[in-house]
Design a protein around this ligand. Structure first.
Ligand code: HEM
Ligand code: HEM
Length: 161
């Protein structure tokens, strides 16, 4: 990975698209447990959501994250700011976000497409972890921008070139 001073417009577009899709899917999920049972047993009945929307938005998160990871490897990305422990926290925070962006959809797919019932609870649990971590991450971004005033948030808004 080569080091850059900013993100490209495609990297920025992917960051915000994935963020919106993750938050959407988190809140558009109630009833997915029931939907999965109906789907796997071939039965029908009233549901509070259209499960196809949750499934395909989630698959889109996986595909876009894959694209993003490839882009990060080939094009590069800016170094995490800070020193020592703070830098480490930022670095591992981003790594954990990436990991969850892969694992959460994959576990959902294991339930929906493979009928792996046991993956359902872990999927929901890790979706909670993803949202909490993304919340801390967003708060850190705002802290950098408005308290430390180092312009970090602008990095994810204005493309380098
Ligand atoms: C579900 C929501 C979100 C997810 C999953 C997410 C995920 C990520 C990931 C994985 C990175 C690292 C990108 C890379 O270097 O390859 C990143 C960077 C960044 N994110 Fe988010 N993000 C989310 C929401 C937000 C929000 C709401 C904000 C702003 C308030 C934000 C601000 C930033 C900034 C400023 C960076 C760049 C940090 C740097 O340049 O070192 N993110 N995000
Ligand atoms: C980042 C993307 C995703 C997020 C944030 C997310 C979030 C959630 C949440 C919060 C629940 C718990 C709902 C509840 O019990 O009230 C849930 C359940 C579920 N989701 Fe996802 N999901 C994502 C991707 C996917 C994908 C890609 C699939 C399948 C292709 C999927 C299939 C399911 C299924 C089958 C359940 C029910 C699990 C069970 O209780 O057995 N999800 N999801």
């Amino acid at each position: 990975m080569s080091e850059k001073s900013g993100y490209s417009s495609l990297q920025i577009l992917l960051h915000w698209s994935v963020a919106i899709l993750v938050v959407f899917n988190y809140f558009y999920s109630e009833g997915m447990g029931k939907a999965a049972h109906q789907h796997l047993e071939g039965t029908t009945g009233p549901l509070p959501l259209n499960p196809q929307i949750h499934v395909w938005v989630g698959v889109a998160v996986l595909v876009l994250t894959l694209l993003r990871a490839v882009l990060r490897k080939t094009r590069g990305a800016p170094d995490v700011p800070g020193e020592g422990l703070f830098k480490m926290a930022g670095l591992w925070g981003h790594r954990l976000l990436y990991l969850l962006l892969f694992v959460v959809p994959l576990l959902g797919m294991a339930v929906w497409f493979l009928g792996l019932d046991a993956a359902g609870d872990i999927h929901a649990l890790l979706a909670n972890a993803l949202l909490i971590l993304a919340g801390i991450h967003a708060a850190m971004g705002i802290f950098h921008q408005y308290v430390l005033k180092d312009g970090l948030l602008v990095r994810m808004m204005k493309p380098e070139r």
